[in-house]
Design a protein around this ligand. Structure first.
Ligand code: 5AD
Length: 342
C-alpha cells in the first residue's frame, strides 16, 4: 500500500476501513518503517507547561480564555530555568516550553528565557510551543536560540477549522505561521486531534495530504478528549483505534518524521503509549512542570500527570519503554527531515 501515492478519496477510504479495527498489517507496516529510519529508540523530551493563560477561546480546549473555572498560573524565568536544571540532572537534553497564548510573554521576555536556557546548556535543543505569532517574533525567537517549534494545524480543512475555533481565529494565519516557521529554519511540528467534533474521514485525509506537502519534522497526534468546562464538554472522545490508524498512516506518509505517543493517547488507554510505539510513534514527552501546577494545565479531563508521565519518574518511563521492546534515548533526537536554512 503506497500511502504517498493516494488521492484524497483513496485515503479517506483507508481511514474509513480502519476506523474501528486497525488492520494489523497497517500497524506493523508503519512500525517497520519507523524501525528502518529510526531504529527502536524512543526519544524523550522534557515538557514544561509554563503558562495556562490564553487569549484564545478554542472550543475544545480547557485553558480557553472564557473558562473561569481553572486557576491560572505563569512560571517565572527562574522557575522555568529550575525545571530545565532538574531535567538536565535527570539526563534530558531537549525541552519543550509549552503554554497558552499569553501576552505576558512578549518577545523580549521569551527571548530572554530562551537565551538563558541556551546559555545554561548550549547543547540542548529548545522547542517552543506558544501559538501564533508574527514572522518578526518567530525570527527573534529563532535568533535567541530556539531550535524547534510545535504548532498543531488542528485540521487542514478550513470549514472544519472554523467549527473548532471562534471567528477571531483564522485558518490562513495558522498555515502562514507554519510556513514562516519552516522558512526560518526551525524544526517544525504540526498535528491534529483525532476524533474532534465534526471531523470526518475526508477531513482526516486532508490532514494527511497537508502533512505530505508541509513535510514537518514532527507530527503531534492525540485523541480529542472532552473537557467539561468547554462548549464541547459533552462531545464524545476520539478513540484509541482511530488514533492508532492515523499514527500509522502518518508514519507511512512521512517515514522520517518524529511522531510522539502523546499524553492524550496515554490518557484514553492504559497502554496507549505502548500501542502508539507499535504503530510507528517514537517520542514521549514527560512532564517537568512543577507538580503543584500540573492539574491546572487541564486541556482536557483526566489528563495523566503522575507515574511514568512525570519526568521525576524517568526510571518508570524507562521501564515502560523497555518492557514494550524499545530503548530510551535522552539525546537531542533531531528529526531526519531536513531543515530549511535561512
Ligand atoms: N483534547 C485533546 N487535545 C487537546 N488539545 C487542546 N484541547 C484538547 C482536548 N480537549 C491539543 C490541541 C493543542 C495541543 C496543545 O493540545 O491540539 O494544539
Amino acid at each position: 500500500m503506497d500511502v504517498r501515492a493516494m488521492t484524497k478519496n483513496e485515503l479517506a477510504e483507508v481511514i474509513e476501513r480502519n476506523k474501528e479495527h486497525p488492520d494489523p498489517a497497517l500497524i506493523s507496516g508503519a512500525a517497520a518503517v519507523r524501525d528502518k529510519y529510526y531504529g527502536r529508540r524512543i526519544f524523550v523530551r522534557g515538557l514544561i507547561e509554563f503558562t495556562n493563560y490564553c487569549k484564545n477561546n478554542c472550543l475544545y480546549c480547557g485553558i480557553r480564555c472564557a473558562n473561569r473555572r481553572i486557576s491560572r498560573y505563569r512560571l517565572t524565568r527562574a522557575e522555568i530555568l529550575s525545571c530545565v536544571q532538574r531535567g538536565m540532572e535527570l539526563g534530558l537534553n531537549t525541552f519543550v516550553l509549552q503554554g497558552g497564548e499569553d501576552i505576558y510573554y512578549s518577545d523580549d521576555v521569551l527571548c530572554d528565557i530562551v537565551f538563558s536556557i541556551k546559555e545554561y546548556s548550549p547543547e540542548c535543543a529548545v522547542t517552543l510551543s506558544v501559538g501564533e505569532r508574527s514572522y518578526e517574533s518567530y525570527k527573534r525567537l529563532r535568533e535567541a536560540g530556539a531550535d524547534r517549534y510545535l504548532l498543531r494545524h488542528e485540521t487542514a480543512d478550513k470549514v472544519h477549522y472554523e467549527k473548532l475555533h471562534p471567528s477571531e481565529m483564522s485558518f490562513d494565519n495558522r498555515l502562514r505561521c507554519l510556513y514562516d516557521l519552516r522558512s526560518l529554519g526551525y524544526q517544525v511540528g504540526a498535528g491534529f486531534m483525532v476524533g474532534s467534533p465534526y471531523q470526518s474521514s475526508e477531513t482526516l485525509a486532508e490532514d494527511l495530504l497537508f502533512l505530505k506537502e508541509l513535510e514537518p519534522h514532527m507530527v503531534g497526534i492525540g485523541p480529542f478528549i472532552s473537557q467539561t468546562d468547554t462548549p464541547f464538554g459533552d462531545m464524545p472522545n476520539g478513540t484509541l483505534e482511530l488514533t492508532l490508524t492515523m499514527l500509522a498512516l502518518v508514519r507511512l506518509m512521512l517515514p522520517e518524521t518524529l511522531l510522539p505517543a502523546t499524553t492524550a493517547l496515554g490518557t484514553i488507554d492504559r497502554k496507549g503509549r505502548e500501542k502508539g510505539f507499535d504503530a510507528g510513534a517514537n517520542v514521549v514527552m514527560p512532564n517537568l512542570s512543577p507538580s503543584e501546577r500540573r492539574a491546572d494545565y487541564a486541556l482536557y479531563d483526566n489528563k495523566l500527570c503522575t507515574g511514568a508521565e512525570a519526568a521525576e519518574s524517568i526510571e518508570m518511563l524507562r521501564g515502560l519503554i523497555e518492557r514494550a521492546g524499545y530503548t530510551m534515548d535522552m539525546g537531542r533526537g533531531d528529526s531526519l527531515v531536513k531543515t530549511f536554512d535561512s
